[in-house]
Design a protein around this ligand. Structure first.
Ligand code: TXA
Ligand code: MG
Length: 350
């Protein structure tokens, strides 16, 4: 299949993309978090195509995207007051809410669950496309299952060209990590996946909320089925490094000198400053500077692009930083833990 590249700034391109969606085809589109792989959420065949194109296990449900709150009544059997308050506060924005589903939502969209995940993205191109199609659009992240989520149209092209009808290019995604997923269907609200709408921000509206444990053993039934699968993994093994900048720098320089092949270093500007400049510009390493660790939002926006860059360079090992878990750092470290498969390197007395 020829995959078209549409320009998100041009209304005629968005109209063509909307026609493709209405015909049951798949269109990748930008959101403020990551690119989504869109298909008509009410069409079983479109949903099945999404699982096929991504190579995604069929028990991992999809998020449905809407552009106006009126569309929610079509999808959700019940909209609790807590959800209404959060929608007013955070939509459009990076917060996905789980509702009991109506029968019109196909079981394959929800991975067989009786609930449906819905969000309204905060991106002008996404909202225009959703409006032009006038459909609820199922949209997982537009990557091959298991790979880092795409934050640029070229990432989607790399993973999915030839498999989908088109990609709407809207430039780089502002947030860079997927939305917060909040389950309101139980007795207490539970964050199933941390994101840019932080626990603290949600608690201002709801009081205490729980967090689903990050590591779920195969014995437990995860509440967000996606949590049990490998995620965000670059080709090379990734290690999270704990320690001060100088401890990490001297430990890694020793380790890398014994390695054949190049090592990827994905660190904050502060940690990189502890390495000698000559080492950073040597052939032993490929360096991705994520910016200052005091600006975690920028770090989040860069991290998936950096992981994908290492795949292109063919490094044989990647080291990254153990960032603060305060505020949006919780979402960042959730993704890095998964990308690293929990592999840690401790330097110094930590
Ligand atoms: O920011 C985002 O959320 C992006 C953009 C494209 O909107 N989408 C995204 O979708 O990250 P995806 O499919 O990659 O992740 C959806 C997550 C999965 O962990 C899935 O298991 C969970 O949401 N999920 C979806 N429906 C659910 C449901 N009914 N109950 C519990 N978890 C659900
Ligand atoms: Mg995903």
């Amino acid at each position: 299949m020829e995959t078209k590249l549409w320009n998100g700034e041009r209304m005629e391109d968005l109209s063509a993309a909307a026609v493709a969606l209405r015909q049951g085809q798949l269109v990748a589109f930008p959101t403020e978090t990551v690119y989504g792989l869109g298909g008509n959420a009410l069409d079983v065949r479109a949903a099945e195509k999404i699982y096929g194109a991504k190579g995604r296990p069929s028990d991992n449900p999809l998020i449905v995207h809407i552009y106006k709150t009126e569309q929610l009544a079509e999808l959700a059997a019940e909209i609790p007051d807590a959800a209404r308050a959060l929608m007013a506060a955070f939509w459009p924005g990076p917060l996905t809410l789980i509702f009991p589903k109506k029968d019109v939502v196909p079981d394959c969209v929800t991975g067989g669950l009786g609930t449906v995940a819905v969000r309204m993205p905060d991106h002008p191109v996404a909202l225009k496309l959703l409006q032009a199609s006038d459909l609820p659009i199922a949209g997982p992240s537009a990557n091959t299952s298991g790979k880092p989520s795409p934050t640029k149209a070229e990432h989607v092209w790399h993973d999915l060209h030839g498999k989908i009808a088109g990609i709407v290019d809207g430039g780089a995604c502002r947030v860079g990590l997927e939305s917060t997923v909040l389950d309101l269907t139980g007795t207490a609200p539970v964050i199933l996946r941390p994101g840019a709408v932080t626990k603290e921000a949600i608690e201002e509206w709801l009081g205490p909320v729980e967090e689903a444990p990050p590591d779920i053993s195969s014995k437990d039934a995860p509440r967000a089925p996606g949590m049990k699968y490998t995620h965000y993994a670059p080709e090379a093994p990734l290690y999270l490094c704990q320690g001060t900048g100088p401890q990490i720098a001297s430990g890694l320089m020793k380790e890398i000198s014994q390695c054949t092949g190049q090592a990827g270093l994905m660190f904050s500007a502060e940690t990189l400053a502890a390495f000698p400049q000559a080492f950073l510009s040597s052939d032993a390493v490929v360096v991705e500077n994520l910016g200052s660790r005091t600006d975690l939002e920028k770090v989040c926006a860069r991290v998936f692009d950096a992981l994908r860059y290492f795949d292109q360079t063919g490094v044989s090992i990647i080291y990254t930083e153990y960032f603060s878990t305060a505020s949006i750092g919780a979402a960042l470290m959730n993704r890095l833990h998964k990308a690293a498969g929990g592999q840690l390197r401790k330097f110094g007395c930590v």
